[in-house]
Write a protein of this length. Structure first.
Length: 275
């Protein structure tokens, strides 16, 4: 079942990416930027990507919890054993800055655990996808679903994650837009223990992908995020042998909670603590 719906999620992410790029690359587009209640930006690309993804996922048996969709009361959501959690355009600030560091995030969650995930980088044409049954992969240079494509054909072309990379010092990936004092303190503790650290900045859910890929060792996030910011990356990280732990309890993040706000977390390899 996972492979069938992973294929559906990949197709939805690629088609949403195509729609986003049609707006991003239009020299006459002003992005129609609005402000949401929390003052975060919303563009026409967010809305159009949501429409594309929702149309495709509505053909599956599972409800959709999307950043840009309706957020039903927990009394209804608590009955959802399996659901999609979607961020149609993660990194809207990066989209507006035109630095290319934004993604499409789609996760399939069962009993609070992300069992399959897709993250697509439209500008870089990089696709990360994973499920508990097939593992985690990165496929470069993909822009749309090819005719006759299957999960198996994509896996054949993709690189298995994580890649084995040796780092002289811990590589820490941090937010380009949200580096909190607590994150700076964590980085300093790493530096004291290991002699030095290498800091890599990135936007959106790419940060989780860098750890899953093996290009970074840890991603500390001591600032607010929502479930749709992490669910897809969490699925990819889990399938690559990583985990997203709550900083307070050393337990994995859970999803479809009554409060959709994530606690602070750290992405790192299972069984390894750098501090």
């Amino acid at each position: 079942m996972e492979q069938k719906y992973l294929f559906t999620a990949i197709c939805a992410a690629l088609k949403a990416g195509e729609k986003i790029l049609s707006i991003y690359n239009d020299p006459t587009s002003d992005f129609e930027i609005e402000r949401k209640a929390d003052n975060s930006p919303l563009t026409i690309a967010d809305r159009k990507a949501h429409e594309v993804i929702a149309t495709i996922l509505d053909e599956t048996p599972f409800p959709v919890l999307s950043e840009e969709g309706k957020h039903l009361d927990y009394s209804i959501r608590r009955e959802w054993n399996t659901l999609w959690i979607v961020d149609p355009l993660d990194g809207t600030k990066e989209f507006i800055k035109r630095n290319g560091e934004f993604t499409v995030n789609i996760a399939l969650v069962r009993d609070g655990v992300p069992i399959a995930g897709v993250i697509y980088l439209p500008v870089k044409q990089d696709l990360y996808f994973a499920s508990d049954s097939v593992g985690a992969y990165k496929l470069a240079g993909i822009t749309r679903p090819e005719e006759g494509a299957t999960i198996e054909s994509w896996i054949e072309k993709a690189s298995r994650l994580p890649r084995k990379e040796k780092h002289a010092f811990p590589v820490v990936v941090a937010s380009r837009s949200h580096l909190s004092p607590e994150t700076e303190e964590y980085i300093e503790l790493l530096r004291q223990k290991h002699g030095d650290v290498q800091l890599v900045s990135s936007g959106s859910s790419i940060k989780i992908c860098l750890v899953a890929e093996g290009k970074a060792d840890v991603y500390p996030r001591f600032a607010p995020t929502m479930e749709w910011d992490t669910a897809a990356g969490h699925a990819i990280a889990r399938a690559a042998g990583m985990e997203i732990y709550q900083t307070s309890e050393k337990r994995p993040l859970r999803y479809n909670k009554e409060n959709l706000l994530n606690p602070w977390f750290i992405v790192e390899k299972k069984g390894i603590t750098l501090i």
